[in-house]
Design a protein around this ligand. Structure first.
Ligand SMILES: [Fe+2]
Ligand SMILES: [Fe+2]
Length: 337
């Protein structure tokens, strides 16, 4: 569901992603530039500069990792959902996130890197995923707030990616965005119901909002002034809207929703600016953000360990699928003979 919205370099010194050969060639480069300038699409079989390919592999794989790690904090609540209806909705949402991972790994594979390589990067701790998933889900209200705010922020980030210059990524995002919209709505609706409940339930919603608000603002990535790679992403038509612009859109869209819900957003500096026609907001704690990106958030170790365990426990499924495919292929060859 969630891009980092900026490209965190994978740890230096690790195995690099092997790239399909593409020789620097001024004629091919000019054709590539012309297509980008005309807002055209680049497809897997097309020539592309190595830096473009490398940036996409990193961004799409980070995005895919975020989807499957994003299944974990909410997956913890499936067995504790308060009703059959909420359980069914949550299972559907968590399954969607797994599906998003699948579309995105497939899109990244078209750039010449295998899913095994990408997963190895994730499981060894070299590759990044969205830091928002390194925080705990303490109460049922967190599930609603994640839908409302985390998926809400993800939609802001991802709608412009439907126009990304790389065809397979853009097409994957169209379906992802439709599903994210359901995620956001189910979260908001769950919170609306809780806000008609007891004082304890209302307090639980407010507490969850207080804990998630600032982390969601940080999801859009560092301020534009501190995002030196953003300009290149924009030039390539990968990134369409800047981090600060997306963050502002999210704040402007969310403040009225918070009013309807009856919660306060934990920022004393949050107020309407008549001149700018936008909401002003306070300072984000970027130190905390980078600490979490760099592995020291409250749940980094737990998330990675759970992911590795799930992967290892799924080995028999992969083995069985391969055995089945081999058997089928052998049968086809025999029948053709
Ligand atoms: Fe989602
Ligand atoms: Fe998703």
């Amino acid at each position: 569901m969630y891009t980092q919205s900026f490209n965190v370099p994978d740890n230096a010194g690790g195995k690099t992603v092997p790239l399909a050969p593409s020789i620097e060639d001024p004629v091919l480069q000019a054709a590539f530039d012309t297509r980008i300038d005309a807002d055209g699409r680049i497809e897997p079989q097309d020539w592309m500069p190595e830096a473009y390919r490398k940036t996409l592999v990193r961004q799409i794989s980070q995005h895919a990792h975020s989807e499957i790690v994003g299944m974990l904090p909410e997956g913890n609540w499936i067995s504790r959902a308060p009703s059959l209806k909420r359980k069914a909705i949550l299972i559907a949402k968590v399954q969607d996130e797994g599906g998003h991972g699948l579309y995105l790994y497939s899109a990244a594979e078209t750039l010449g890197t295998s899913r095994d390589q990408m997963l190895e990067g994730l499981h060894s701790g070299r590759a990044k995923y969205s830091s928002i998933f390194n925080y705990p889900t303490l109460t049922w209200a967190d599930v609603g707030v994640i839908g409302w705010l985390v998926d809400g922020a993800a939609i802001m980030n991802q709608v412009p990616l439907c126009r990304c210059s790389y065809g397979p990524y853009a097409r994957a995002m169209v379906r992802v965005c439709k599903e994210e919209s359901f995620h956001q709505r189910q979260g908001y609706e769950a919170l609306l119901v809780m806000m008609t409940g007891t004082e304890e339930q209302k307090a639980m919603v407010q507490d969850a909002v207080n804990r998630w608000w600032w982390k969601c603002l940080a999801m859009f990535g560092p301020p534009d002034a501190d995002s030196p790679n953003s300009a290149q992403g924009m030039r390539w038509g990968i990134k369409r809207v800047s981090n600060d612009e997306l963050r502002q859109k999210f704040v402007d869209a969310t403040v009225p929703q918070a009013k309807v819900l009856g919660v306060t957003l934990p920022d004393p500096d949050l107020k309407w600016n008549e001149e700018r026609q936008h909401y002003d907001y306070g300072q984000i704690d970027w130190n905390e953000f980078w600490e979490t990106v760099n592995g020291n958030g409250p749940c980094n170790k737990e998330r990675l360990a759970t992911r590795v365990k799930a992967h290892n426990q799924g080995q028999w499924v992969r083995d069985a699928a391969l055995a089945h495919a081999a058997k089928k292929q052998a049968r086809n060859i025999k029948e053709a003979a």
